[in-house]
Design a protein around this ligand. Structure first.
Ligand code: SAH
Length: 210
């Protein structure tokens, strides 16, 4: 993993000291199934069961750098899967931060919770896991400073925009076959600024009625 992190820094994907520190402290092998631990240092997505993957490190680095999570923030992590991104976010937001992790597949919600407990983040309440359809967001816990979405939809769900604080940021893959990452900044009630970053591939965000 050390070499991979060096590579991501030299390629300018990882830039922010706190995000780099999180990549160094939170071990990706703690989030991959037994059979793939030996591959955790590779810059590729890896299977976590149920046709899902733990994201590629380059993509996670790129998304977190755009999201700019900060100490003390409340963050929504949709499609928590292995729990890796939720734990990275909890590390970055620190003791006063809160991460709400949402996953639709019950077995993966449990896997994420188990992996996060290796870092004590469940017991001390820094991450809460929910088994729900994340396309509706998490109204009971809203508003959020930041929203990170790890599965692609045709467009950004309105519920997620509504649950973002003014001044907050959301990062999410959008599109069907050819996807791009969209960074959304909420600059006023119903006012948003968007930036598009093409060339990424994600699993689909599956709505409950499909
Ligand atoms: N952040 C994860 C990435 C997992 S891949 C990690 O680091 O491991 C994306 C995840 O999104 C999958 O686990 C998938 O089951 C989940 N997902 C897809 N549609 C969803 C929805 N509507 N609500 C919540 N999770 C969803």
């Amino acid at each position: 993993m050390q070499n991979l992190i060096k590579e991501l820094i030299s390629q300018n994907y990882l830039k922010t000291p706190k995000i780099i520190e999180a990549f160094l402290k939170i071990k990706r092998e703690d989030f991959t199934p037994e059979d793939f631990k030996k591959d955790a240092h590779l810059n590729i997505p890896l299977p976590i069961g149920h046709n899902q993957t733990i994201s590629q490190p380059l993509t996670v680095a790129f998304m977190l750098e755009l999201l700019q999570p900060k100490e003390g923030e409340k963050i929504l992590d949709i499609g928590s899967g292995s729990g890796w991104t939720a734990v990275l976010l909890a590390y970055i937001t620190g003791k006063k931060g809160r991460v709400c992790a949402v996953e639709r597949i019950p077995e993966l919600k449990e896997m994420g919770e188990k992996n996060a407990s290796k870092y004590n983040f469940i017991k001390n309440g820094r991450i809460k896991f929910f088994c729900l359809d994340g396309s509706k967001g998490l109204p009971d816990e809203a508003p959020f400073d930041k929203i990170h979405v790890a599965a692609a939809a045709a467009q950004i769900p309105t519920a997620l925009k509504d649950q973002l604080k003014i001044g907050g940021r959301l990062i999410m893959p959008v599109g069907d076959s050819s996807q791009e990452l969209i960074l959304l900044e909420k600059i006023g009630e119903n006012q948003y600024k968007e930036k598009h970053y093409p060339g990424f591939v994600f699993v689909p965000l599956i709505k409950e009625n499909k």
